[in-house]
Write a protein that binds this ligand. Structure first.
Ligand code: ADP
Ligand code: MG
Length: 490
């Protein structure tokens, strides 16, 4: 449906009308912390089942939750990074429901009074224009456990390692208008949380997952009824699920039907969403303030201190790199996606042509890393070596073409570019007399072509340049070759 009649991302041309998507996201981000939100048990991923379970997590009678101060600070830090209001007064509520992997019979969450209020972040829309997306709130809550249905033919097992792990739920306003915007919103939130180190953003391990609320409307009309697609853990699935869901809704509406407000699941194998529960059987969670926990009151000095200690965030950093190193906004966006990339870049670009370093990093280095299936941390080329390679290009020791060869060796061996150039004798030849020697031999071997050239066949000049480069094994300085050939062939 998408590409017909030049419609924009997020629009759907139905049989009768042109429709637009309206999307709001609820992101669950696991807080990076050694221990859980209300117990001292470890929050580490990948342990043996039920290894990280304290009596509080297992909801033994008489156990009391104790708030983890570090998690509170992480939430405040994240709130600041989302340009949001930090609420000095917030409340922990019990959200009551029964589930086998929730031994308490309720989840401790925040309902009417969250720790963080309204904020906003910047993303780029499909035309690469800046777009502000509103944040409704950020609240703290406990994660639930995990039911394992595939371990035994007739029994289900329960793993409580995740029970009680601290989550931040970040709720956006319904400001997103296409699957692509939703994906770039998730990437930006992930990047911001990673910069402030409040969440590792590891989507495969479930540290960051999103519920996507989707509705459609005819252009310019009121918002329609939304459906919520639960628990998506990759930007690819988020994009697919939203597109499918919006098209499904358009079809129903154009046939005169109505959208049921419901919770849906995305089936990654079919690319479709299906109903999980509708509003009629939606839970009545009977929220009430948890009597075991006092309201959380924060001091202004703490709130401000955490704000003062915030690191440089991606937007600011991007602006600075563009100004300082004269790179394009596109280059900057790629480089600031991860703090580690930016740190690498700044070492590699020191005293070098910033644009040239950005090109080498984005095209050659990232290309090679991807090809070798490495993670950035296992990159065999330290930034000092990339810096040196670009220096060798800048001072004409090697040509750009030879540099690519040297770079492949750097990837393979982790050696310094200078050593590789020396070992392999790859220095660029800039000595006039040596190049003239190459030219003489080419002229000798191609008497007939020289004749033709002198009789006016100018096109042959490129042929001579190519031959001289070949004789020099690619090492002659191309500018000098051009210059010297011209005077020799007069
Ligand atoms: P609830 O408490 O039922 O989950 P909220 O008002 O908190 O409802 O909204 C949850 C999410 O749904 C928010 O991210 C919000 O932006 C989004 N949302 C609200 N209305 C719509 C709509 N009409 N279409 C799409 N998303 C919506
Ligand atoms: Mg909701």
């Amino acid at each position: 449906m998408r590409d017909k009649n030049n419609i924009k991302p997020g629009q759907i041309q139905g049989q009768k009308n042109l429709w637009e998507m309206v999307i709001g996201l609820e992101i669950h981000a696991q807080i990076s912390s050694n221990s859980k939100l209300f117990s001292g048990a470890s929050a580490q991923f990948g342990k043996q089942a039920n290894e990280n379970v304290s009596l509080v997590d297992a909801a033994m009678p008489g156990m009391l939750p104790v708030i983890n101060e570090y998690c509170i600070k992480q939430a405040i830090k994240s709130g600041h990074a989302l340009n949001a209001k930090i609420n000095k007064f917030s409340v922990f509520d019990r959200k009551n429901y029964f589930y086998a992997d929730l031994p308490q019979g309720y989840q401790i969450s925040q309902y009417k009074s969250p720790i963080v209020g309204q904020g906003s972040i910047k993303i780029n829309d499909f035309e690469n224009n800046e777009k502000i997306v509103g944040i409704e709130r950020l609240h703290l809550e406990q994660d639930a456990g995990k039911s394992l249905h595939d371990q035994h033919p007739s029994k289900s097992f329960i793993d409580l390692n995740r029970t009680g792990v601290a989550l931040m739920e970040i709720v956006s306003k319904p400001d997103l208008r296409s699957p692509e915007e939703a994906a770039s919103y998730v990437k930006k939130i992930r990047s911001i949380l990673r910069y402030v180190r409040s969440c590792d953003g590891n989507m495969e391990e479930g540290s960051l997952r999103a519920d996507c609320n989707v509705s459609v409307r005819r252009l310019g009309e009121e918002f329609g009824t939304r459906c919520e697609i639960k628990n998506l853990n990759s930007t690819k699935f988020i994009t697919q699920a939203i597109q499918y869901e919006a098209e499904r809704q358009v079809e129903i509406l154009e046939e005169g039907g109505k959208i049921n407000q419901e919770t849906r699941l995305f089936d990654t194998s079919t690319g479709q969403t299906r109903s999980m529960r509708n509003k009629e059987d939606a839970h009545d969670y009977r929220y009430f303030p948890d009597p075991d926990l006092l309201p959380l009151e924060l001091e202004e000095t703490l709130i401000n201190k955490i704000k003062d200690e915030l690191p440089e965030l991606p937007d600011k950093l991007s602006e600075r790199l563009i100004n300082e190193y004269k790179i394009t906004p596109y280059d900057a966006a790629v480089i600031v996606e991860e703090r580690e990339f930016a740190d690498y870049y700044e070492i590699a670009a020191q005293d070098r042509d910033g644009k040239l370093v950005a090109n080498w990093m984005i095209t050659e280095l990232f290309g090679a890393i991807k090809k070798e299936n490495l993670s950035f941390n296992d990159n065999p080329v330290p930034p000092q070596n990339l810096n040196e390679l670009v220096f060798l290009i800048e001072n004409n020791t090697i040509s750009g073409k030879i540099a690519k060869e040297v770079f492949l060796q750097m990837m393979k061996t982790s050696k310094k570019p200078k050593d590789i150039v020396k070992e392999k004798g790859l220095e660029q030849v800039t000595d006039d007399s040596v190049i003239e020697g190459y030219i003489d031999s080419v002229i000798n071997d191609n008497r007939d072509k020289v004749e033709e050239y002198l009789n006016g066949k100018d096109k042959l000049f490129g042929f001579f340049v190519g031959q001289v480069m070949k004789v020099s094994q690619g090492k002659a300085n191309p500018n000098l070759v051009n210059q010297l050939l011209k005077s020799k062939l007069k």
